[in-house]
Each structure stands twice: as C-alpha cells, then as structure tokens.
Design a protein around this ligand. Sequence first.
Ligand SMILES: Cc1ncc(COP(=O)(O)O)c(C=O)c1O
Length: 401
Amino acid sequence: MMSFIAPRMDRIKPSPSSMATMRVRELQAAGRKIIGLTVGEPDFDTPPNIIEAAIHALRNGQTRYTNVDGTPELKDAIALKFKREDGLSYSREQITVSNGSKQVIFNALMATVAAGDEVILPAPYYASYPDMVQLAGGTPVPVICPEDKGFKLQAPDLERAITPRTKWLILNSPCNPTGAVYTTADLKPLAEVLLRHPQVWILTDEVYEHIIYDGIRNATPAQVEPALYARTLTVNGVSKAYAMTGFRIGFGGGPQQLIKTILKMQSQSTTNPSSIGQAAAIEALTGTQDFLAERAEKFRERRDLAVAMLNAAPGISCRRPEGAFYVFPNISGVIGKRTPQGDVIANDLDFGLYLLDRAEVGVLQGAAYGMSPYIRISYSISTEKLHEACSRIQRACAALV
Ligand SMILES: Cc1ncc(COP(=O)(O)O)c(C=O)c1O
C-alpha cells in the first residue's frame, strides 16, 4: 500500500487542530465529559441576514457554476471591503475567491513555490503553513518570535532569515495561535527590510482581522508600505468574522499576474467555490456590520477570563493577546513535574495528554505551531464552559508534583 501513496504525502501530516477536534468529538460521543478547547471557529451563529441571502440564492436559481475565481458581484463586494477596512484598492482582475482563505494560500504557494524555494514563517505559525509549503516542494524557514517581543517578528531576525532563495514571507495578524496583532509601528521596520530584498513576496493572512481588542488596529503591509503593494497577496475571508466557516469562502487581493495563475490552478482543481456561499458572502460584506464589535466584545470578556484563570494555575503563565480567539500560555513551569500516576511531563504534548486524561479538557500542544513548551487554547466556547475548563486545568496543575 505504501508504495501506492505518492512520496509527497510523507512530507506532510494531518492538520493537528482538525485531528484534535475530531478526537474530542469521538471521546464526547463515547460518553466522556470532555470540554474541547481545540476548535478554530466562532461558536456564534451565522447572522440571520446572511442565512437569508443563502436561502434567497438557492430559491433564485443561483445553483450553477460561477466564474472559477468568483462572481463579479462578490468581487465588487470584496473590493469595497478592502477599500473600506484596509485602505487598499483592488480591481476585479486583482481579486480571487476560493473555498476558504486556506485554498487561496494553498493555490498561491502551489502556483509560485519551486523545489528549493524558501518560505519564511514567523513562529509560532498557523500549523498548515509549513505543510502547504512542503507539499509545493519548498522549504519552510521558521523564525522564532519570542514571547517577550509579543510573539512578533523582529526586523533583524527577518533580515538574517532572508536568502537569495526566499520567495515568500507569510505574516498572520491577528495570529493563530498567539493572538498577536501587528500594528503600523510593528510593520514599518519589517517593510524596511523587505524593501531591500525585492525577490521576497509577502503573503498576509488577516482572516481574524475583526476579532481584535482594546482599540488596537490591525495593519496591513501593502497599506503601511505602498512600495510593497506590487508583491503582496492580501488574504482574508468570511469564516471567522461572520461565523461562516462551513460556507467555505475566502479571498485574496494581489497583482494581476499572480491572481491569473491562481485562477489557472483553481480551474484544474476545485473550480468555483459554492455559488450559495458566494451569495451569502456578498451579504456578509455589504450588509450590517454592527454585530462585529458586539461579538468581539464577548470574545474580549472570555479572553480576560481565560488569561486570569490560567495565570492562577501553578506552572502556567499566560500573555494577554490582542486578537483572534486563542491564548498561547507558556507551560515551562510544569515541565519536569510528575503526575499523580508518577509520569513525568517532559513536553507540551505530554501536558496536553495529561489534561485530556486528568482534567477532561482538550488543548493543542505548542509544538504543532512551532514553539514549545506552550499550549494553544481556543476560548471560542461559552463563558460557563470556559470557566469550568480553566478550573479543571487549575486543579490538574495543582495535582502535579
Ligand atoms: C490563520 C488562519 N488562516 C486561515 C485559516 C483558514 O480559514 P478558512 O479557510 O476557513 O478561511 C485559518 C483557520 O483556522 C487560520 O487560523
């Protein structure tokens, strides 16, 4: 069987968050009272106006193939969004629509990365980036972004990582898993480095743009440094902001030549994203935006609860993130300790398994995101459940010796 599978599959692993979430669901179905803190999606419902737009599309015959990379109407709505929220101008020909922002990133890497090309990934990173780079035949180059720098990429570290083979830098703000947000002041020094290296393109993944706190504004590279516009792919989507993960609509704005190549790639794989999802996305982007701030405020309350309760757990120290719905606590204080069963916690995977077994709480190990010893916790869950999960983590930590 193994020789039947292509060698490229040996280069990648299944998405850790999807796998962990599936494992949590299995254990719950088997009757275990597990609280899953692994999910990567808002727990809120899709707003009713967006649901209505999808139903309307179904009833009005929008059930056929569309243009491969999105309907003109959706592209216009996306152009409006980029202008309104990011100060960026993109024409229809500079916009592509895919089955989630993940496919935009996948298409872009497959269309541009050749064997031996390097892609710089500020670590911790979204766990799918290195695998997508490797599937495309490239080499992921992780660059550690230390906690004491807010988990953000520093200009000297970027400069050191760039080689003549560097093709892309992938930025992600707000960041999964750390919640770090890049402001204009953070991006300026990075832009200065990038201006000196014209071979490096910038892929900026801003899918958590609207899940942001404390009045901070997410900055976008092509706006902060217009000279980078011609080599930046700005990626976003409706999944997280509008609680539309199942609709599978993501989009990118960038140079026409790149967008055309992405279209070619998509035309030979998935063809257009769902016509119904596209109709719903138009309503998401052009309808009322009032609930965005209300939902961000609910997430902020949960962030504050999670940070306070985790910092009260012996051995855990948790930085307060500025965005997304994750915290990325440092667990170095539990490494080397023993469980009541006598097992040593040697790394963040051990700690995750201990929490699953002892506390019946599902989390993800920092190793999956390129930085240890940390864990990733999603607080996209009701306040009651979050409180209960954090209490369980506190008790499990207190039981370690
Ligand atoms: C940083 C980041 N980018 C992209 C995605 C993919 O989202 P979608 O394909 O639903 O737009 C995710 C989902 O978890 C993510 O965390």
